[in-house]
Design a protein around this ligand. Structure first.
Ligand code: MEV
Length: 427
């Protein structure tokens, strides 16, 4: 892939579907089947779906949009986003454009290490049990390591074993073993759960206790992803807003989220708008990502912002985001869902870490787009166009009527289904 190509595609939003498809086809060398998959004519069908979940009785579609302008660690990327909410894809693209003024996003990840938990109960003495387990740490790790030879061949496997004591729970004292397991390019739930189950009888033999739950933790805090951006304030100016005023407003908006859990929840929801959309597009488990993100936001005992936005004295606005991102590019729905495969091809990622670096960057971009709007002209202005179209469709409008009714409602300043219904009756 030529590295000099740019994701800064002015007017992408003005292209029709066929022109967008041509562009993507060239970008990612999509074959005919992949193109048809994106069009919706192929893709996930009932037969394939029946291999994914139980009781399949249909296929549920969502739009896939492309966020443009992203540069992550010096590489230009087009980002597939699957989401039902208007303005998210446009917001990400706008923020990525602003980020380019500072060279784009810098992102990094930890090794893909997941945590598996074993809950040990019915122990006489927690401290004694802890010592018994830690004395046998190396053989236990070797046992867990041997569970998945393929993963070991790829450089993954068991990394460490930790013991945590919970002397007072509602069900009495318990000891928790944490197995740290490098799952390479997988999300890793299966690998880690299998390794935990393999360790359970050995832990019981060593301690005389009973191993109860054996399951991964979605607080994947050994597998963090980070994204950073530094934007010259001058690049943030628009309409009547100076760059300095926008940067100061963004800093104030962040300070609110940092101090107040009510605001932090919404602030983080804005981050997750971007993150989930790419996670879903690539067939990953977005509930796992959501659970991990919010738990991480409360890691110090108080729920707070996942990101920070601060001005420096060199005229830059600096943004940072850090959160656990247990994402895979092999296994699960990433492999089975045809559109997820195409999404990964468009992203051009070779490893799960690279995917996580892009996803973290999109989360930071989405956050920037939201708080920039909130701190300046308000969120509704940008939302109105697509929102009005959705309301028009909800009232039954089709074809050209959608746009006409939407524009009429925007002009009146009344965007409601009852008004759209009334306007539709007049057409
Ligand atoms: C809406 O989906 C997301 C926002 O509420 C995020 C935020 O308030 O920062 C706009």
């Amino acid at each position: 892939m030529p590295e000099e190509r740019s994701s800064r595609i002015a007017g992408f939003y003005n292209l029709d579907f066929n022109a967008r498809l041509r562009l993507l086809t060239e970008w990612a060398a999509l074959n005919a089947e992949e193109q048809t998959t994106l069009s919706g004519a192929l893709g996930l069908n009932v037969e394939r779906g029946a291999h994914m979940i139980e009781n399949v009785a249909g296929i549920y579609g969502l739009p896939l949009g492309i966020a443009t302008n992203f540069k992550v660690n010096g590489r230009d990327v087009l980002v597939p986003m699957v989401i039902e909410e208007p303005s998210v894809v446009a917001g990400a693209s706008l923020a990525a454009k602003l980020a380019r003024a500072g060279g784009g996003f810098s992102a990094s990840t930890d090794s893909p290490v997941m945590i598996g938990q074993l809950q040990v109960v019915d122990l006489d003495d927690l401290e004694v049990a802890r010592a018994q387990i830690l004395e046998e740490k190396e053989p236990l790790l070797a046992l867990a390591h041997a569970v998945d030879p393929v993963l070991v061949r790829l450089g993954g496997g068991a990394r460490d074993l930790e013991v945590r004591l919970l002397p007072e729970t509602a069900a009495g004292p318990m000891l928790i073993v944490h197995l740290l397991y490098d799952v390479r390019d997988a999300m890793g739930a299966n690998a880690i759960n299998t390794a935990c189950e393999r360790l359970a009888p050995e832990i019981e033999r060593l301690t005389g206790g009973k191993v109860f739950l054996r399951i991964l933790s979605n607080l994947a805090d050994q597998r963090l992803a980070r994204a950073e951006v530094s934007i010259p304030e001058s690049a943030l100016a628009f309409n009547d807003f100076t760059g300095e005023a926008v940067a100061a407003g963004i800093e104030k908006a962040w300070a609110f989220a940092a101090a107040d859990p009510y605001r932090a929840t919404t602030h983080n929801k804005g981050i997750m708008n971007g993150i989930d959309a790419v996670v879903i597009a690539t067939g990953n488990d977005w509930r796992a990502i959501e659970a991990g993100a919010h738990a991480y936001a409360a890691r110090n005992g108080r729920y707070t912002s996942l990101s920070t936005w601060q001005r420096d004295n060199q005229g830059h606005l600096n943004g940072k985001l850090e959160l656990p991102l247990a994402l895979g590019i092999v296994g699960g729905a990433t492999r089975v869902h045809p559109t997820a495969q195409v999404a990964l091809k468009i992203l051009g990622v070779q490893t799960a870490r690279e995917l996580a670096e892009i996803v973290a960057s999109v989360g930071l971009a989405q956050n920037l787009a939201a708080i920039r709007a909130l701190a300046t002209e308000g969120i509704q202005k940008g939302h109105m166009d697509l929102h009005a179209r959705q309301v028009a469709m909800a009232a039954g409008a089709t074809g050209e009527a959608i746009e006409r009714i939407a524009q009429a409602m925007i002009a009146e300043g009344v965007i409601r289904v009852d008004r759209a219904t009334a306007l539709l009756a007049l057409l």
